[in-house]
Design a protein around this ligand. Structure first.
Ligand SMILES: Cc1cc2nc3c(=O)[nH]c(=O)nc-3n(C[C@H](O)[C@H](O)[C@H](O)COP(=O)(O)OP(=O)(O)OC[C@H]3O[C@@H](n4cnc5c(N)ncnc54)[C@H](O)[C@@H]3O)c2cc1C
Length: 409
């Protein structure tokens, strides 16, 4: 029996939409199931946050033809330098785009802008059908095809596919349906997210400041604003969220210092509970988990979506190659190739971000001295700095063709 789709992607957020675009325009038939109606402001992926896109992610979007549209829409700011410091201690380091001989280490993009561009592109991509609003209810992976039940605009529908891709976020319903185990470590931190207008020009510098409460990041945005991601213990986050704007700016100024002068104005505040999650299996016959459905990270160092986009680029390449060789796209052999490729990057990035959070939240004096010496060493030893710059830029390890700026096939 011929299935309804070759590939059915559940979740049309940042990762699912990117995969739909990457697979579109070929002879594959692709369906994307997204539960939130088009243009709805409650879309969880395209909300008030910004995303720090690594240089490698910019190359993937360039190869997909998305980057030009992103640049044309306002809301993209280059990161030329990253300044890392440990509040109240001597250590600091800075990474500069010039070390890597590039114009920017990455780009800050507003999630809503990214959502509008990805959605428009997905709708215009041939071979892709967007089912929206549609929510996955059940899934069955036994047999020659996967079959799922969805609620599509109030009507129940059954769909079949050679392969189901779970891109439905941290609370993945597909993952639950498959019974794949997930390990979750609660950071006991909540990220308070907003943007602030600052007094001095930010000059494209991103700041990561480790404080006793948790990491505080300021990313450069348009109109001399900075996007703020302030990780705090839940009770402090609640208190900070409840403050009037002026008192909030004072608290933030106290945590960050005066490097950017006075904080003048703040935007809407939102909060996110932070946890590290890892799945026991990334693939099963007829199923693959990508993006937040497979891994969530602490936002320190802004790596989560970048990791998810590399999942997209690698999966699209493996599937394009398998298609050329006439292989079954949902077979374990094909999916193992993907899982084996992605294991190292997934593990390295989650260990890197988790390690940073743990290292800088520890007040044990010898460790504090060691980490500050570490920051100084990064600043003084070019080899260490170059390695860190390459990881931050998303250029470490074996890169998919799209991340090297090449077409899929
Ligand atoms: C505070 C904060 C700051 C961050 N900053 C950065 C950063 O600077 N850089 C970076 O790289 N990463 C960052 N991240 C991580 C980034 O936000 C995530 O990696 C990214 O959102 C993952 O995208 P996703 O598409 O996998 O999942 P999601 O964004 O969760 O999207 C899932 C999609 O699936 C849909 N869906 C859910 N359930 C169903 C269902 N049953 N049926 C159909 N559709 C469904 C949802 O509506 C949604 O559209 C940050 C995260 C946080 C919390």
């Amino acid at each position: 029996m011929k299935p309804d789709y070759d590939i059915l992607i559940i979740g049309g957020g940042m990762v699912g939409a990117s995969l739909g675009i990457a697979l579109g325009g070929s002879d594959l038939s692709v369906g994307v199931v997204e539960s939130v109606p088009y243009g709805d402001t409650r879309q969880p992926s395209y909300d008030d946050r910004t995303v720090a896109l690594a240089y490698g992610s910019q190359r993937i979007f360039s190869a997909l033809g998305v980057w030009e549209s992103l640049q044309a829409a306002s809301g993209v700011t280059a990161i030329r330098r990253i300044h890392v410091s440990d509040r109240g201690h001597f250590g600091f380091t800075h990474l500069d785009a010039r070390v890597a001989g590039v114009e920017a280490l990455g780009y800050v993009v507003e999630n809503r802008v990214l959502g509008a561009v990805l959605n428009a592109r997905l709708r215009a991509t041939s071979g892709v059908e967007l089912l929206q609003p549609a929510t996955l209810k059940t899934a069955d992976f036994a047999g020659d095809c996967a079959s799922v039940e969805i609620d599509h605009a109030g009507s129940a529908r059954k769909l079949t596919a050679r392969l189901v891709v779970a891109a439905d976020g941290g609370d993945s319903a597909v993952r639950t349906e498959s019974g794949i185990a997930v390990r979750r470590v609660d950071y006991r931190q909540t990220a308070v997210v907003t943007n602030v207008t600052v007094e001095h020009p930010h000059q494209g510098t991103a700041y990561e400041r480790f404080t006793a409460d948790g990491p505080l990041a300021l990313l450069p945005m348009s109109q001399n604003r900075c996007s703020v991601v302030w990780s705090l213990p839940p009770e402090r986050a609640e208190a900070v969220l409840a403050l009037p704007d002026a008192a909030f700016l004072d608290r933030l100024q106290d945590g960050f210092g005066r490097r950017l002068g006075r904080f003048i104005k703040s935007g809407v505040r939102r909060s996110y509970v932070l946890a590290l999650t890892r799945v026991a299996e990334h693939v099963r016959p007829r199923l693959v988990l990508i993006g937040n459905a497979a891994h969530t990270l602490h936002p320190v160092a802004g790596q989560g979506f970048n990791l998810g986009l590399r999942d997209v680029a690698a999966l699209a390449e493996v599937l394009a190659d398998a298609r050329c060789q006439g292989e079954d796209l949902g077979s374990v052999g094909v999916l193992r190739t993907y899982a084996d490729w992605r294991r190292r990057d997934n593990l390295a990035v989650s260990r890197f971000t988790d390690g940073l959070v743990r290292l800088f939240s520890n007040s044990f004096a010898p460790l504090v001295i060691a980490r500050n010496l570490g920051l100084v060493a990064v600043d003084l030893i070019p080899g260490i700095k170059r390695g860190l710059v390459y990881r931050t830029m998303g250029l470490a390890g074996r890169l998919p063709r799209l991340a090297r700026g090449l077409p899929l096939s």
